[in-house]
Design a protein around this ligand. Structure first.
Ligand SMILES: [Zn+2]
Length: 332
C-alpha cells in the first residue's frame, strides 16, 4: 500500500519552466539546461522504480513512502523510497545515470569514467544512504523500535554499469529490484506486527516536511527581463498564447483555452516565488487588463496585502496543474 505518492518535484518543474523561457544565448543557459537534464533523469528514474515496485508480490502487507523529507534532531534528509515491511525497513536510493561507475572503498569517492579515461567525481550514494539510514534509525529508536533500516542503491539505466561495486551497500540494477525484495522477504523473519508497520508508516508521513520553495530565478541569478513571458499552451507547450475573444489561442497548434493562465500562474510561483502582484501577473500573462489579473488572482490566490498600490497575492502550491507540461517534458 502506498502511504505517500511521489508528486512532481518543484525543482524539476521550475527548471523545466525556466529552461523553456530563457534564451539559449544567455550565459547561464548551459548550466540551467544541464541541471534540468539531470533533474529530469532523476525524476524519470524514480518513476521507473515506482512502476517496478507495483509488480511486487509479497506475502505480507507492506507500506511504501515515496519522496520523504524528514528531519530528526538537526539532520534533514530527502529519501527516494522507503518500504516498511514486518520483516524489514528498506531505504532505496535511486540513480539514473549512464556510464561506468566506481565506488572507491579507500577514499570513499564515487566516480564515472569518461570515454577518454577521465574520472568524473559525483555525490556518493553510499553517503546519502548512510545519512538516510542514520536518520530513520534514530527515528525508530525514538519510537522504541529495535530495528535497523537496510539501504539499497538501485541503478535504473541499463546504460549505467557499476564496474566496482560498493562494499558498504547493496547495489543492484532496476531489473533485479522486484526479485531482490521478494527474496528478502523469504529469507528474513518477522520483527514487527503488520499493525505496527502501518502505524510507523503513518508516523513517518506525519514527519514529512513540505518541499522548500526556492525562487529558481533567484537561484540562478537570472534577471526578470531575461525570462520569456506569456501563457503556455497546454497542448504543445508553446509560449505565448494569444488573447482572442476572451480565450487563449495557440498560433502553433490551434488550441483554444479559457483557463491556460492558471497553469502559467503556477509556473510563476516556481520561477519567482509565491508572492505576486496584479501588475506582475498581467506582465507575466501578457494580458492588457489589470482587472483581468485581479479577477484571476482573487479567484485563484490568497490576498496578502489589499491596500498596496498593486494588491499582493500568494499563489498556492498546486503543481498537479502542471502535469500535462511535465509529462510532455518527460517524454521528450
Ligand atoms: Zn499549442
Amino acid at each position: 500500500m502506498i502511504i505517500k505518492k511521489r508528486g512532481i518535484p518543484g525543482a524539476f518543474a521550475g527548471l523545466a519552466s525556466l529552461v523553456s523561457r530563457i534564451s539559449e544565448s544567455d550565459e547561464v543557459f548551459k548550466r540551467i539546461k544541464s541541471d534540468y537534464k539531470n533533474s529530469r533523469a532523476g525524476f524519470a528514474g524514480e518513476l521507473k522504480v515506482d512502476n517496478f515496485l507495483e509488480e511486487l508480490e509479497l506475502k505480507m502487507p507492506y507500506y511504501v513512502l515515496q519522496n520523504l523529507n524528514i528531519r530528526v534532531g538537526k539532520k534533514e534528509v530527502q529519501i527516494d523510497t522507503v518500504i516498511i515491511h514486518p520483516n524489514f525497513i528498506m531505504i532505496i536510493e535511486i540513480k539514473n545515470m549512464r556510464g561506468e561507475f566506481y565506488f572507491d572503498p579507500v577514499n570513499k569517492h564515487f566516480y564515472r569514467l569518461s570515454d577518454v579515461g577521465k574520472k568524473e567525481g559525483m555525490r556518493n550514494p553510499e553517503s546519502q544512504l548512510s545519512r538516510s539510514t542514520t536518520i530513520i534509525n534514530s527515528f525508530l529508536r525514538g519510537k522504541g523500535i529495535e530495528m535497523s533500516a537496510n539501504g539499497l542503491i538501485v541503478f535504473v539505466s541499463r546504460a549505467g554499469i557499476v564496474m566496482q561495486a560498493s562494499e558498504k551497500r547493496e547495489t543492484i540494477p532496476l531489473d533485479s529490484l522486484v526479485e531482490y525484495i521478494e527474496f528478502l522477504e523469504n529469507r528474513t523473519k518477522r520483527v514487527m506486527p503488520t499493525e505496527k508497520c502501518k502505524r510507523l508508516a503513518l508516523e513517518l508521513l506525519a514527519e514529512d516536511r513540505p518541499e522548500e520553495l526556492v525562487s529558481i530565478v533567484d537561484f540562478y541569478n537570472v534577471s526578470i527581463d531575461k525570462v520569456k513571458k506569456g501563457v503556455r499552451c497546454p497542448e504543445c507547450s508553446t509560449i505565448p498564447m494569444l488573447r482572442k475573444h476572451s480565450r487563449w489561442y495557440c498560433e502553433k497548434c490551434g488550441k483554444e483555452s479559457r483557463d491556460a493562465h492558471l497553469n502559467t500562474l503556477k509556473e510563476y510561483r516556481l520561477l519567482f516565488g509565491p508572492e505576486i502582484t496584479s501588475r506582475s501577473a498581467i506582465e507575466f500573462m501578457q494580458h492588457n487588463s489589470i482587472y483581468f489579473a485581479i479577477r484571476v488572482l482573487n479567484n485563484n490566490a490568497e490576498i496578502k496585502k489589499a491596500k498596496a498600490r498593486y494588491r499582493l497575492f500568494q499563489i498556492s502550491d498546486e503543481k498537479h496543474l502542471l502535469s500535462e507540461f511535465i509529462w510532455a517534458e518527460l517524454k521528450n
